[in-house]
Design a protein around this ligand. Structure first.
Ligand SMILES: [Fe+2]
Length: 413
């Protein structure tokens, strides 16, 4: 038998791989500017995610990043020329470059707004009644909206019948990302009274030293948003401050304070993926609705479409490692399935992020996706054996194995 060279022995490899021996140490260590942000900006801290039982209970800290208001009322910002709601493409471009976001006035007409708002509210209530709502620390998300109403299809493709400002949005996004950008998701983000503010974060978590964004977000205000109802928290200009610090391998230093974005319903806010932002606090009894439509450079995905192309028998015998490597482990930011996988790290075998059972159900011919729901849905519609129920139940149970292909027949716990 041929002896395997010692250079390939895992123990030998590990012994040769002390931190100081590894390449790109500095670059990897500096990839996360949040460590530097937190060090120099103690008022920016992470709000721990809450369990459903703790939903809406949290400690408000005076002086924290979320203890703020809109730019026009903020002592620090009120004399600055922050982004304005406008349809002037030159102004929108300069707001994106300088502040990392812009506000397109009336991108949806009043009728277009009410169509989307009605559909989101009905769907959100339907999902609550069906026991499949995704609660978030801020309220509720409606995931995978493309399956849940024609208006959502139009939002993703900027169809002027759904988004009258579609052509202007497309032009700006193309200038930011280059041609042939793709959508990473369309989610309705509903902020409810008593919710927890989201930690400030950057959506783009790769190539943060880049001179232009690789991801952007199209936020459509479906209700008016402001400092009272959870208007998105942003630190204007932070996209440039953070990427410059990363590029120069310098500490981020003291950042200016966050503000709540204010916008009328129908305004589309485009944010640079490098901008520090988070969901604000809704102090009103009315839901605050923003459609989050992330767009990204088309190379941020796999070359081979393993989700569709892998043969069922290969999938059935695949190790947890092979599944993870082919992308069947969701991460918080990537390849969730109908929202399953939010909060997951993408680690091998992590039950919270395992998505292969959706494919198994598909192969077995019984993948039942969540579609349009509404408050008047029948008991049969509300108790339908959505595959999502079984996958979530399995993840909650700690990932005990279940027979292949029965995901669609499992009931919600
Ligand atoms: Fe975000």
């Amino acid at each position: 038998m041929t002896q395997i060279p010692v250079a390939f022995d895992p123990a030998y490899v590990a012994a040769q791989s002390a931190a100081h021996d590894q390449i790109y140490q500095v670059e990897h260590a500096g990839k996360d500017p949040m460590r530097s942000v937190l060090e120099h900006n103690p008022e920016i801290y992470f709000v721990p995610p809450k369990r459903r039982s703790e939903w809406g209970q949290w400690e408000y800290r005076r002086g924290a990043y979320y203890d703020t208001t809109i730019g026009a009322k903020h002592v620090y910002w009120q004399n600055e020329d922050l982004p304005i709601e406008t349809q002037d493409i030159r102004r929108l471009r300069s707001d994106l470059l300088r502040w990392g976001y812009c506000k397109i006035k009336g991108a949806l007409s009043a009728d277009q707004v009410s169509t989307v708002r009605r559909r989101v509210l009905d769907q959100a209530e339907g999902e609550r009644r069906a026991g499949i709502a995704q609660r978030t620390p801020s309220g509720q998300n409606v995931n995978c909206c493309v399956n849940k109403g024609r208006c959502f299809e139009g939002l993703i493709e900027q169809d002027p019948a759904v988004v009258q400002g579609g052509a202007l949005i497309e032009q700006l996004v193309t200038e930011m990302l280059g041609a042939n950008w793709i959508s990473t998701s369309l989610i309705a983000s509903i902020s409810l009274e008593g919710g927890v503010p989201q930690a400030l974060h950057q959506d783009q978590d790769i190539a943060l030293d880049a001179r232009s964004p690789l991801t952007i977000n199209i936020l459509t205000a479906v209700t008016d948003i402001d400092e009272t109802n959870g208007g998105t928290l942003v630190i204007p200009g932070s996209h440039e401050m953070l990427s410059t610090a990363m590029r120069n391998q310098k500490p981020v230093g003291k950042l200016p304070p966050a503000i709540n974005v204010d916008a009328k319903a129908g305004t589309v806010v485009i944010t640079d993926g490098r901008l520090l932002h988070g969901t604000g606090i809704n102090r009103t009894a009315s839901p605050r609705i923003v459609m989050l439509n992330g767009m990204q450079h088309p190379l941020i995905r796999q070359q081979e479409n393993w989700m569709v192309s892998v043969k069922p028998e290969v999938l059935r015998r695949a190790s947890a490692k092979l599944l993870q490597r082919m992308g069947y482990q969701a991460t918080n930011a990537a390849q969730t399935n109908e929202g399953h996988g939010f909060g997951a790290s993408g680690g091998v075998g992590e039950a919270a992020g395992a998505t292969v059972d959706f494919r198994h159900a598909l192969d077995a011919g019984n993948y039942m996706r969540v579609g349009e729901l509404h408050p008047q849905a029948t008991a049969k519609e509300l108790t339908a054996p959505f595959t999502l129920r079984g996958v979530v139940a399995k993840a909650r149970a700690g990932g005990q194995s279940a027979p292949v292909g029965i995901g669609g027949t499992k009931k919600n716990p």
